[in-house]
Design a protein around this ligand. Sequence first.
Ligand code: B1M
Length: 217
Amino acid sequence: MREQILENIKDALMRADRENVTKFTKLALDRSVEIKKILDDGLIAGMEIISNKFKCGEIFIPEVLISAKAMHAGMAVLEPHFVKCGIKPIGKVIIGTVKGDLHDIGKNIVSMMLKGACFEIEDFGIDVPPEKFVEAAKKQEIAIVAMSSLLTTSMNSMKDTINALIKSGIRDRVKVMVGGAPVTQGFADLIGADCYAKDASQAVDKAKELLKIKNLK
Ligand code: B1M
């Protein structure tokens, strides 16, 4: 039954059927399916199928966009259940998809899971220029600058942001985390980031590691 609900979420996402994505995501929660399972085996699994169809030229940008909206609808159902921390935030993270890049699904999942793990999050959204990260990090006490990129053409903006942090004299005050489909550990090392995470769960573990926090959630 639970497996069937996850199948239904995947299927609704593939059909870009927002209403049913919402309905089956709620139903999965009602049936006590673990949130991470709903995310991984329902929503993200559905988005992977969309990705493959897009890659093969079976579907095009408009269809991908509508499925992305359905994905956001499912995530909106899950979000309040992630954010049940109730203790003092363990550090502030500013997060955004870098300049030139409009992809935000993965970034939003990372943001949601970090929130759920008691980090305070300021999400700058998409197409975030280096100056915006730097300005925020100058004005407030920021623990981690977190950047997402989905395009090989936007990855260099991560390096530009790190350079801008160095130039403004605050690089030593913050940790930098990078991620996104084309990003690798090698790339993170090359640009001088403090850490790379391959998915949202790892982003939470690595964020805690960066701040040397253990045994929280
Ligand atoms: Co775009 N797109 N897209 N797209 N799109 C890709 C990325 C692409 C790989 C598809 C393909 O050709 N196979 C390709 C990039 C190729 C490349 O650079 N080498 C591509 C392209 C080319 C484009 C356009 C240029 C297409 C065009 O216009 N001709 C255009 C660019 C627009 C722009 O950004 N300037 C474009 C547009 C779009 C849409 C708007 C239609 C839509 C985005 C909607 C949205 O995000 N609101 C879209 C989508 C949906 C995709 C695919 C199909 C799916 C991406 C996704 O959401 N995956 C994608 C194909 C693919 O990635 N295989 C593709 C699901 C998501 C859960 O995974 O984002 O990887 P992901 O996030 C993961 C991890 O990467 C990680 O954790 C997440 C959760 O586990 N992670 C982090 C992400 N950020 C992290 C940050 C961290 C740590 C971990 O720390 C800070």
